[in-house]
Design a protein around this ligand. Structure first.
Ligand code: HEC
Length: 163
């Protein structure tokens, strides 16, 4: 099949609304991505996702959405991120959606809000390489007595990769 959006089954909609910036909360400010091609990025979490994303101590409710804005124009000295190049997003599905990926569905969205890759389709396969392992450290870190083991920030949290 041609390398275009046609291999995405059915008409797909972005997981986040047009005006997401009005309600979503900034979880990571404008910064350079380590793994997403060294571009300027910013991460926002839906109101439902935010507590889990920042605390890393409570589960993400089904329907949580995390959006990464990727930019064409950025300057890290002034922390300026402008001109959306594309979005990557993830939504938490019900148990059984995709157990190897924590039941998250990943998505890539163009500046025109066209979904160009999603979930199990070929163009979203690379997303799994990293996100399947983020925050899934099987060996808990040494913790003080009485403290619950939880992934260190560097490990990410529940398949979310940001440190
Ligand atoms: C090479 C490893 C790698 C690949 C491949 C990758 N990511 Fe990521 N992703 C990361 C890292 C690391 C972060 C943390 C922020 C950063 O550095 O960009 C991240 C952050 C994200 C976030 C913000 C939430 C979070 O903390 O994880 C989303 C959403 C996301 N990626 C979606 C995707 C999608 C969709 C794809 C496939 C098109 C993808 N990623 C492919 C490593 C990767």
């Amino acid at each position: 099949m041609a390398d275009d959006a046609a291999d995405v089954a059915g008409p797909l909609a972005p997981f986040f609304p047009v005006d997401y910036a009005a309600t979503y909360l900034e979880a990571r400010s404008c910064n350079q991505s380590v793994d997403h091609d060294l571009i300027g990025v910013r991460i926002l979490a839906s109101p439902m996702a935010y507590p889990a994303y920042v605390s890393r101590r409570v589960p993400f409710p089904v329907g949580s959405v995390v959006v990464k804005e990727e930019f064409d124009d950025w300057d890290l000295t002034t922390r300026r991120c402008e001109k959306i190049k594309r979005w990557t997003a993830a939504i938490k599905g019900p148990p059984g959606t995709d157990p190897a990926l924590g039941d998250w569905i990943f998505q890539v969205v163009s500046p025109e809000r066209v979904v160009t890759a999603q979930g199990q389709d070929a163009k979203a396969r690379s997303c799994r390489d990293c996100h399947a392992i983020c925050g899934t450290a099987v060996t808990p870190r040494a913790v003080s007595p009485g403290q619950k083991p939880h992934p260190s920030p560097n490990d990410g949290y529940d398949h979310m990769c940001a440190d």
